[in-house]
Design a protein around this ligand. Sequence first.
Ligand code: GRF
Length: 203
Amino acid sequence: AKVAVLASGRGSNLAALLEAQARGELPVEFVLVGSDKAGAGALRLAEAANIPTLALDPRSHADRRAFDQELLRRVAASGADWLVLAGFMRVLDGAALKPWIGRIINIHPSLLPKYRGLHTHRRALEAGDAEHGASVHFVTAELDGGPVIAQAYLPIEAGDDEDRLAQRLLPLEHRLLPAVLGLLASGRLQWDGRAARFDGRPL
Ligand code: GRF
């Protein structure tokens, strides 16, 4: 399966995907890494791995919809079957998303449906939650609102502050995202409109 990744930031989740693939644990081909930020670390990681990159500046487009359409048109042109949002900090326009529904996933650092949007670690701490986590979900036009595929759980510890919690969660994200992508891209996990259905064969 061919996979494109969009990321706005440092790209540690992208790095985890590339490492899983390099270890032979993720049978996909990365055909494009795109970003809305020319300085994104994710683009440097992709360049180092010889993956084609795309930096598209939202300010050089008439409006949000024009940007999203151009971005997803370029992703489609890469030949990608799957699109992974790995720290991509924009909400994509519903019409532009349409051809990707069911083939686009996002990793979000909370136990959805809790804490959509930003500052998830702080919000989990402020709420006094006993546990925190990360979710991989299908993307819809609703921010962090699409069907959840899988979650990784992390007990909150007494010494956690926002940074420590984020840092302790990150390795779980780095295992969750490649695992889910691998199952989806190999057809072993399929969305049936209600749930992600696992084929039951040995992992
Ligand atoms: C991760 O916490 C991810 O869950 C969130 O943004 C962060 C991106 O980190 N959506 P990185 O760029 O993958 O290092």
